[in-house]
Design a protein around this ligand. Structure first.
Ligand SMILES: Nc1nc2c(ncn2[C@@H]2O[C@H](COP(=O)(O)OP(=O)(O)OP(=O)(O)O)[C@@H](O)[C@H]2O)c(=O)[nH]1
Ligand SMILES: [Zn+2]
Length: 200
């Protein structure tokens, strides 16, 4: 099934399920498997459906999820910690998983968004072929653009399966990336945010 969708870059892209299915079938043949044996018969279609979900963020824009904004007049820092991140490394197409911490200081008018929307925003960018650095900056930059806050901080901590199950094989190694914008670049404000993020 091919359906038109709006890709993350703003142009209309497609998810070609049949093509994905054929590619998985080819991959199974390439590793010496028999894609027609009983246990694998439905696998290409299943994997194609799974990729539709895993890469769903390619066909979403941050504006699709940061829909609810309200002016509460609250102009102090808002921070949501420990948002589950499940993304895919664009180099090896295996998962990297961990947590994101997303905070912002609202605009002086106090324009804020629903807390769940911050977690949805993480998903929009995580559900794409990614590198952790870009995931981190995309979350920060889209928040700056849409909410026009006085500052943003995004910290992402992940374990990359491409470093665990293959290659260098170092289970447990964690990568931390951060992006700070606006007033959160200020040393004292940034330190306050970091102490909130690090407190358990
Ligand atoms: N900076 C960055 N690197 C990543 C990320 N995910 C995976 N990588 C790295 O991408 C690199 C790709 O390196 P290559 O030398 O092209 O690929 P490779 O031969 O499979 O490398 P090894 O993983 O070292 O075996 C590896 O060092 C990965 O650890 C990420 O999110 N950010
Ligand atoms: Zn990788």
């Amino acid at each position: 099934m091919t359906d038109p969708v709006t890709a993350g870059t703003g142009h209309v892209g497609t998810f070609d399920e049949k093509r994905a299915e054929n590619a998985v079938r080819e991959l199974l043949i390439a590793v010496g498997e028999d894609p027609d044996r009983e246990g694998l018969r439905d696998t290409p279609a299943r994997v194609a459906r799974a990729y539709r979900e895993i890469f769903a963020g390619l066909w979403q824009e941050p504006e699709d999820v940061l829909t609810t904004t309200f002016d509460l007049g609250h102009d102090e820092m808002v921070l949501v910690k420990d948002i589950e991140v499940m993304s895919s490394c664009e180099h090896h197409l295996v998962p990297f998983v961990g947590k994101a911490h997303v905070g912002y200081i609202p605009s002086s008018s106090g324009k804020i968004t629903g807390l769940s929307k911050l977690a949805r925003l993480v998903d929009v960018y995580a559900r794409r072929p990614q590198v952790q650095e870009r995931l981190t900056t995309q979350i920060a930059d889209s928040l700056m653009r849409i909410l026009e806050p006085r500052g943003v901080i995004v910290v992402v901590e992940c374990e990359h399966m491409c470093m665990t199950m293959r290659g260098v094989r170092k289970p447990g190694a964690k990568t931390t990336t951060s992006a700070v914008r606006g007033q959160l670049r200020d040393a004292a404000t940034r330190a306050e945010a970091m102490s909130l993020i690090l407190s358990r």
